[in-house]
Design a protein around this ligand. Sequence first.
Ligand SMILES: NC(=O)c1ccc[n+]([C@@H]2O[C@H](COP(=O)([O-])OP(=O)(O)OC[C@H]3O[C@@H](n4cnc5c(N)ncnc54)[C@H](O)[C@@H]3O)[C@@H](O)[C@H]2O)c1
Ligand SMILES: [Zn+2]
Length: 385
Amino acid sequence: MKTQSTIAISRRALSTVSTVSSVSSVSSVSSVSSVSTVSPFSSVASVSSVSSISSVASVSSVSPISSVSSVSSVSSVSTVSSVSSVSFNSNQPQPSLLKFVPPHIPANSTDSERLRDFIFTKKKLLCLTGAGISTESGIPDYRSEGVGLYATSKKRPMQYTDFISSEAFRQRYWARNFIGWPSFAALRPNNSHQFLADLEQRHPDILLWLVTQNVDSLHVKAGSQRITELHGTAFKVICLSCGHTTPRTEYQSELRALNPGFQVAQPVLRPDADVDLSDEEIAQFKVASCGKCGEGVMKPFIVYFGENVPKSRVDFLYEKVDECDGLLVMGSSLQVYSGYRFATRAAEQKKPICIVNIGSTRADHLSTLRFDRVRCGDLLANVKI
Ligand SMILES: NC(=O)c1ccc[n+]([C@@H]2O[C@H](COP(=O)([O-])OP(=O)(O)OC[C@H]3O[C@@H](n4cnc5c(N)ncnc54)[C@H](O)[C@@H]3O)[C@@H](O)[C@H]2O)c1
Ligand SMILES: [Zn+2]
């Protein structure tokens, strides 16, 4: 029975889906001839494929964000109130920040109008974001063609069981994360994060809730408050013995105190602040245990592969799906079931689903409006709110 109803929904969706901006090939993609601007990740190895990245024609006076308050205590579920907003003066990121965006084409104003129409005809919009929304902030995603972690490296994200079962593994993990942290923590939200924060602030009657699969807390830095960080946040650590949580910035100071002088020239950053270190470097590193109970193992407040999202968090979000009158997915392949399930739930209820994602997604057949090959920031730049 379940299969039949899913097929029926898929047929409905297929008959109404409009694919916007699709192109038969990416031959129109123009190249960035020189990406000389220094970014937090200027030493990243995977920049070789930058030549296939579409150019931003006018990158005029991008003003750096003046102040981003540190996300010291980010609640992973529901309201986050302690992080002040940051503002942007430009809709276009610096070219160097586009090096992790896969090949794409320019968005046009018709696309933006159609997206605006989708958003502004809703009274309870649920928004789901993934790693793709943060590539324009300089963080690689996993599955992007050419520039994502899976395309550029044999390294795979940490498995929960590895972290739990091996002290050597934890030493390796924290040594690498310690080096990568300052760059990761300094990353700025881009205009897509800002768009969603502004939408919430200016149109609280439209945006019901935002759920992100990202752990970078860039939505929180941008000022979003009605937000659930589905997979937690890298900005907190938790003791696996007593449950005590500590801001990641404080834990960094503890690690620094234990490892004075531990540093690496030109680290190569991956998602989640991971960097490459040699075995000799790792062997010197000392891991700090829980500051409260004194001996507990500290783990990032992140749901890792092989670990389940807490049921209460999932149930809360299913309620939001049930309550919403439309789902907007941005920058996620939805390959991970954790996020995909919300799209299937919305489709079961015949709710309109708009997907903005450069590459294909697992829920394309469920979408009623689809923007492919365009990057979020470009499309949203002309969506007036
Ligand atoms: N920034 C982060 O916190 C981060 C980074 C990597 C992975 N993750 C985790 O890994 C999982 C990966 O799943 P996922 O679906 O989020 O990522 P994914 O890598 O599977 O998919 C990202 C998708 O975004 C698209 N994309 C990339 N840049 C884009 C842009 N600027 N505009 C539009 N589309 C763009 C790509 O085509 C790709 O299909 C998530 O559950 C997440 O927790 C988090
Ligand atoms: Zn403890």
